[in-house]
Design a protein around this ligand. Sequence first.
Ligand code: AMP
Ligand code: MG
Length: 357
Amino acid sequence: MAASTILLKWNWINQMETKLLTANDIETAAAVLRDGGLLGIPTETVYGLGADGLNPDAVRRIFEAKGRPQDNPLILHIPDVSWLERYCHDIPPAACLLAEKFWPGPLTMILPRREIVPDAVACGLETVGIRCPNHPVFLAILRALDRPVAAPSGNRSGRPSPTCARHMLEDMDGRVEAIVDGGPCGVGVESTIIDLTAPVPRLLRPGGLPLEALEEVLGEIAVDKAVVSPLADGEKPRAPGMKYRHYAPRAPVTVLTGPGDRTARYIREKMGDHTGVICFDEYAGQFPGGTVETIGASGDAAAQARRVFDALRAFDRTDVTAIFAQCPGDGGLGLAVANRLKKAAGFQVVELGEGEA
Ligand code: AMP
Ligand code: MG
């Protein structure tokens, strides 16, 4: 691409005026999507960057605005389970069971896709990730639009996901037509992704619906290697997005697993000037001189999920040059919180024993 073309594109992206809408502006929000525009949308998980899911040109603009790699497919959002048949085929009984129990909610199912789903959404895969979000504003927009919405998280690629409209504006001002401010997200981490096309259902990404809840309905679930450990060079995860460094603040992150008193002591020993600390509430007073972000009590994984991205983002407004994070154990929403912290750290993890606190 010629330098002048690149410059033109850059200007075009940055000259757009991003409108802030409220939860009452459903028709305006739907019109943005209908016209092929990009819309910041509140969901119960994180804010999404939505486009008309059946309009390939609009969907392609999502990748441009985010700087998202072209091989990382998008999740298609629908207002209720009756739309599943329109976009998926060979739907197994397990999918119906899960939808009945957990939709609307933070669960994405990977299913064989019909041809009507644009390649731009699926990035060449034969499958599509599909979800019914549990947020009144998003559901109202979907119904007003009467089409599915393709939406990844509304951050610039690689950055922590946005959990309020301000975060979205930080990353997307000038790059999207509008953002709907629906207040802070109730769950705070993205949806749980389960692949139902494999012989044994496979967890591709831990998220707002705990693995244990899925196991209660499905029995055995395989956990994709990319959930808990870094991938070897060239190794391909089943959710293409899991191979990218993600959620990362500018300063490098080190994650500490193990009992809270031990992880706190380790952090104190390593602290220097300009150190950031992500810790459980009980330990907030133990890092004098550090820049401290608390993420909730050690036993409250739901609070940690709501706070974790905000905490990661907060350090970019400071002069910290290294960040240490206490990490919860893998039970319940702890698996998703730990996954986001470890990915933010590029799996730079120091293990200091079993358990979290
Ligand atoms: P985001 O919306 O930013 O959380 O990204 C969506 C995630 O869903 C990424 O990790 C994608 O790789 C994953 N995903 C979307 N569609 C599929 C699919 N058909 N198969 C596997 N993973 C998918
Ligand atoms: Mg994302």
